[in-house]
Unconditional design. Structure first.
Length: 153
């Protein structure tokens, strides 16, 4: 039986505190800094300060196609969790959970979990391997850039 919803998880260890990692992800200026060069992201609108129910309107361009995404912060629990949900995206549903878990005084696990549903199920199941590959590539880049930015300070 094929699942309608797909879940992808990505994690890495960063030499920083959960508080600093949480602050880093709350600062929307960091989104373009950790976005891979093959994806262009522009923040069009932002409810500030960032808190539960805040909305972020993005223009995302990939493969020469631009789309407007409308994200809403679903949950913020400092310093350990930020979750957002797509109100508008190319997916039928899209939920992004970021968890920041202290390993010891100097190291934190950054874990991103994406749960999404592609449109046009079951026809879209053929696209799952491509979506998974793109997600893995994008989050590997994001985690590496986050690590570089936070560990250099």
């Amino acid at each position: 039986m094929f699942k309608r919803k797909q879940t992808f998880s990505f994690s890495s260890i960063i030499n920083t505190s959960p508080e600093k990692l949480f602050e880093f992800h709350c600062d929307t200026n960091n989104l373009p800094k950790i976005t891979p060069p093959w994806i262009k992201v522009k923040i069009l609108e932002l409810t500030f300060p960032l808190e539960e129910k805040s909305q972020i309107k993005l223009k995302i361009t990939q493969y020469f196609v631009s789309q407007i995404w409308l994200m809403q912060i679903d949950k913020m629990e400092a310093p350990n969790t930020i979750c957002d949900v797509a109100l508008k995206s190319p997916f039928k549903s899209f939920y992004h959970e970021r968890n920041f878990t202290a390993i010891d005084e100097e190291h934190t696990e950054l874990k991103d979990t994406i749960t999404l549903e592609l449109p046009l199920y079951p026809l879209s199941l053929v696209a799952v391997p491509f979506v998974k590959r793109d997600m893995e590539k994008m989050f590997a880049y994001r985690h590496e850039e986050t690590k570089k930015l936070l560990e250099r300070t």
